[in-house]
Design a protein around this ligand. Structure first.
Ligand code: ZN
Length: 407
């Protein structure tokens, strides 16, 4: 890929994604796949005024070795130096840039149950730090091609060609153009406008149906609003958590969902592909799951903790989005979630509550925001999807028809 275009992409991630502020620290989490690009990213961060840029390199095979050889106790321990690192982040609130490139099958063969149990333990220790940082710092997730990932998406061409094709797909869906910043401003404005209209409807519940059998009703929280096209920290810094992003989303009322949903895309969860699955909800809880492939992984996922079987997100994405239009399956949630309407199991977003800035996290949870260590999106959108909103004033308003916006 041309250096000038990659530079443009790096600039976009730093300025529009993370919106790095003068004097702010920056933490970049990245794999080993595109070191030259990460270098560009670091330079753009410094150019934007970053005080200190830290890159945390990771390599999936090492994670597998840790899970295999470490005792349960070691794997479940958060060391003092790691706690000090978290405390440092709480104190400095760095902008976090996550660059994903991992092989979707990279954790195949890993002992998922052992890893899940250890994660439960470590996340409990990390949670108080996370809670202190929530909504106070900017973060963004963007992608670069890894070889194994590219080969999975484009198996019939050479490694080099596959990487090039994946670059093209990433840059197209992330709206990288000669004027990327302008393109993002326009795109954000459209999403913000749609979210405003959805919020103004005062939706009590959404009824979602499709030809595949999906027939599902979910209630929304009265004092909440739709989000999309970026986010704002409590301190007032605007940023884009996901690049690309196509969704308008909200966190539903915990405990208020009924019916069945059929997934329309496989779910890549901890290195395993869960395929052709359905989830039945009763009183907001996933009470029955079926999957043609990797049902056990799905069951383990919803058993991660109490909130893992409840919903944290309802998101609307038209079938006409660039990712959907590309026709590609990315085997990665960042992209695939933006190809279709989706739900997420696990944690809700406290910042969808009106006036969340003046509320505590516990206040938001009391209003119906789900709490969990996981937040896993799965796709339910398709060409036949219809969504109707039952509004609090008694109106029923069409939101989606044939998989696209009805307004
Ligand atoms: Zn989403």
């Amino acid at each position: 890929m041309k250096k000038t275009i990659l530079k443009e992409y790096a600039k976009l991630i730093v300025q529009v994604g993370a919106n790095v502020q003068k004097g702010q620290d920056v933490v970049i989490n990245a794999g080993l796949d595109q070191p030259e690009f990460i270098k560009m990213l670091v330079e753009e961060a410094y150019k934007a005024g970053a005080r200190h840029v830290q890159v945390n390199w990771s390599y999936l095979p090492l994670k597998k070795l840790d899970v295999r050889y470490q005792s349960m106790e070691t794997l479940s321990t958060v060391n003092d130096w790691e706690k000090a690192k978290w405390q440092h982040m709480v104190d400095r609130l760095p902008a976090m840039i996550h660059i994903i490139s991992d092989d979707p099958d990279g954790l195949k063969g890993m002992n998922v149950a052992k890893f899940a149990k250890a994660s439960q333990a470590t996340r409990k220790v990390v949670k108080p730090y996370r809670d202190q940082m929530e909504n106070k710092y900017q973060w963004t997730i963007a992608a670069v091609p890894g070889e194994a990932w590219a080969k999975k998406m484009f198996p019939s061409v050479s490694k080099r060609q596959a990487v090039e094709k994946l670059w093209e797909a990433i840059l197209y869906t992330a709206r990288v153009t000669d004027d990327s910043v302008g393109a993002w401003q326009e795109h954000n404005a459209d999403l913000i406008d749609r979210c405003k209209r959805l919020t103004e409807l005062g939706i009590q519940s959404l009824h979602i149906t499709a030809d595949n059998g999906t027939d599902f009703t979910v209630e929304l929280i009265e004092d909440s609003h739709w989000c999309g096209g970026g986010d704002t920290t409590i301190g007032g810094v605007f940023f884009n958590p996901n690049m690309p992003t196509e969704e308008c989303f909200i966190s539903p009322m915990k405990g208020k969902a009924e019916g069945i949903v059929y997934a329309t895309k496989p779910l890549s969860y901890q290195g395993q592909l869960i395929e052709n699955f359905s989830i039945r909800f009763h009183e907001g809880k996933a009470v029955e799951v079926h999957a043609e492939k990797n049902e056990e992984a799905l069951k383990a996922m919803i058993a991660m903790d109490e909130g893992a079987a409840y919903l944290g997100e309802v998101a609307l994405v038209p079938q006409s989005s660039p990712i959907s239009a590309s026709g590609l399956l990315f085997y990665n949630t960042l992209f695939d979630e933006n190809a279709a309407c989706h739900l997420a199991l696990g944690a809700g977003f406290a910042d969808t509550i009106n006036g969340y800035q003046e509320k505590s996290l516990d206040d938001c949870r009391a209003l119906g925001i789900n709490e969990s260590m996981i937040h896993t999106d799965f796709m339910i959108g398709c060409d036949s999807m219809a969504i109707d909103a039952a509004c609090r004033d008694g109106r029923v308003v069409p939101i989606f028809r044939q998989g696209n916006w009805a307004f």
